[in-house]
Design a protein around this ligand. Structure first.
Ligand code: DX5
Ligand code: ZN
Length: 217
């Protein structure tokens, strides 16, 4: 069954714990936690103390941390200690990729690698065997609520084929512009096993209903 990872970037920050509780109760498999540093992307979101607080409030929630920051290797230990279950960083972020994957795994977290829309998917093939998750961006990282770029579907197909060829099954996640009625089914058809959805979940009138609809895919 496809997993759903609601992105708290679109949650109500004055009510973050309750918003996360609501999506988990509705069947969300994990919480997607988007960290932005104002350098790797031009936006600034939230970081370690917020993750720590959420983890304390919801200790059983699987925290799917997406680092859109420069030099992620420097922060791996702190995010793991704050409650991350898997840590995804960007191929373009400037850290040694092999060392960063190793550091994430050494902390007991699943390692994830992501790539911007303009980066060819083959660039992450050398690291594929070490990854628990590959995160394909459907939009330029930095903001919620953007339109899905269909080129992400081709990346998912290529990833699925390469994983099948190697006999490995990392989660194939897609993030950005994922909407229940339109792009989500296309992503699942192309090979996505995890759907990250921010505005489509937290801006819905019926948040629990939105999660249940995604879970029915
Ligand atoms: C974008 C973030 C996403 C964002 C997705 O840089 O990585 O996780 O929250 O938002 P939607 O689902 O609204 O496109
Ligand atoms: Zn994200």
């Amino acid at each position: 069954m496809t997993k759903i990872s609601p992105s708290v970037l679109s949650a109500n920050f004055a009510n973050l714990g309750a918003d996360c509780r609501a999506v988990l109760d509705a069947g969300a498999d994990m919480i997607h936690f988007d960290v932005m540093d104002g350098r790797f992307v031009n936006n600034i979101s939230f970081g370690l103390p917020v993750l720590e607080g959420l983890h304390k409030a919801l200790p059983d929630a699987y925290m799917d941390v997406h680092l859109m920051i420069s030099d992620p290797l420097a922060y791996v230990g702190e995010f793991a200690a704050a409650g991350a279950d898997c840590i995804t960083f960007h191929l373009e972020a400037g850290s040694d990729i092999t060392a960063t994957i190793a550091a994430i795994r050494a902390c007991g977290c699943g390692a994830g690698l992501s790539l911007k829309p303009g980066t060819p998917v083959e660039a992450l093939f050398p690291y594929l065997d070490e990854l628990a998750i590959v995160l394909v961006m459907g939009v330029e990282p930095g903001h919620g609520g953007q339109s899905f770029q269909p080129a992400a579907l081709e990346k998912l197909r290529k990833l699925r084929a390469e994983c099948e060829r190697r006999g490995i099954r990392p989660d194939l996640s897609v993030d950005g512009g994922v909407k229940f009625a339109t792009t989500a089914p296309q992503c699942v058809e192309a090979g996505a096993t995890v759907l990250v959805a921010g505005s489509a979940v937290f801006c819905a009138e019926d948040v629990a209903g939105a999660v249940r609809m995604f879970k029915s895919l």
